[in-house]
Write a protein that binds this ligand. Structure first.
Ligand code: ARG
Length: 287
């Protein structure tokens, strides 16, 4: 069963700017209520799709705690703790560490590992397990450092294919890259350096590539949670709905506008804890 971590959004707001989507002056108090509703809808959608969701409590002064994808890289019960680039988010590290310690005490994860000094890595936001290809894709540049790639490979004993991100708007890999069950990959080409794009295309057959348009990427639809044939995402342009439906996926769209004001959406509001490196059974079967 898919098992996700989410965070209570009670202390979410946009009060600083560490990516170009964040505009503290555009934040209104009424966005908080909308955020609570949006987060609850996402959680309900995950549960309706058969997933289990654990929730971490909110902490005042840490608005971006609502994006647990950035907390760690998790595979085979091993948790590699993140180190954030921006001081605004560094306070989250201790909160997530305590949450993982509680999960470990309950036997829900096995081991908590730290990055070496000086290495920056923003969790599953920049390191995505490809369940079909059975390796990690790691983004680096705007947030995670290039040195994180070797550390991930060493920590998990798995291949890591690294992709340099070229734009401040698509600052985490999960904003522009989303592997889907069955081997297809939804991605936004302009977010990558030419070298990264060549690497990506070397590893993904043309028939498996689904290119997102600038409009679809800006709607944060690439930042999606995939469970079997279901893709849970922010409200999508009709063009994307058509593309994914033509390939056999069904979209579950949620109004995540308050979180898009912070530069995040469905994928980064969650952290999947149950991924294993073992081969997974049937293509497109519900997980
Ligand atoms: N405001 C947050 C930041 O800039 C958003 C993080 C979104 N997370 C993600 N994995 N895309 O850090």
């Amino acid at each position: 069963m898919a098992f996700f971590l989410m965070t209570d959004p009670a202390c979410f707001d946009v009060s600083y700017q560490i990516n170009p989507w964040m505009r503290p002056t555009a934040w209104r108090p009424e966005h908080r209520a909308a955020a609570l509703a949006a987060s609850a809808s996402l959680k309900a959608a995950l549960r309706a799709a058969g997933a289990h969701v654990e929730t971490i409590g909110a902490v005042r002064g840490l608005p971006d705690l609502v994006f647990p994808a950035n907390a760690a890289v998790v595979l085979d019960g091993r948790v590699l703790m993140a180190r954030f680039r921006h001081p605004e988010r560094q306070g989250e590290e201790a909160v997530f560490r305590a949450a993982f310690a509680r999960l470990k005490a309950r036997g829900l994860i096995q081991e908590i590992v730290d990055l070496p000094e000086g290495v920056l890595q923003e969790g599953a936001g920049d390191c995505i397990w490809d369940a079909d290809r059975r390796f990690f894709w790691a983004g680096f540049g705007p947030r995670s450092s290039k040195a994180s790639v070797r550390v991930i490979a060493r920590t998990f004993g798995r291949e890591v294919v690294s992709l340099e991100l070229a734009s401040d708007r698509f600052y985490h890999l999960d904003t522009c890259f989303c592997p889907l069950a069955g081997g297809k990959v939804l991605y936004f080409p302009d977010a990558f350096t030419p070298k990264a794009l060549a690497t990506l295309r070397e590893h993904i057959a043309e028939a498996d590539r689904i290119e997102a348009s600038a409009e679809e990427a800006a709607a944060f639809c690439v930042n999606a949670v995939n469970l079997g044939d279901k893709v849970i995402m922010a409200r999508a342009p009709a063009s994307l709905r058509a593309k994914l439906q033509a390939r056999g996926y069904s979209l579950i769209e949620i109004d995540l506008d308050p979180f898009i004001l912070s530069g995040g959406a469905a994928y980064c509001m969650t952290l999947r804890l149950d991924r294993t490196s073992q081969p997974q059974p049937a293509i497109l079967a519900a997980e």
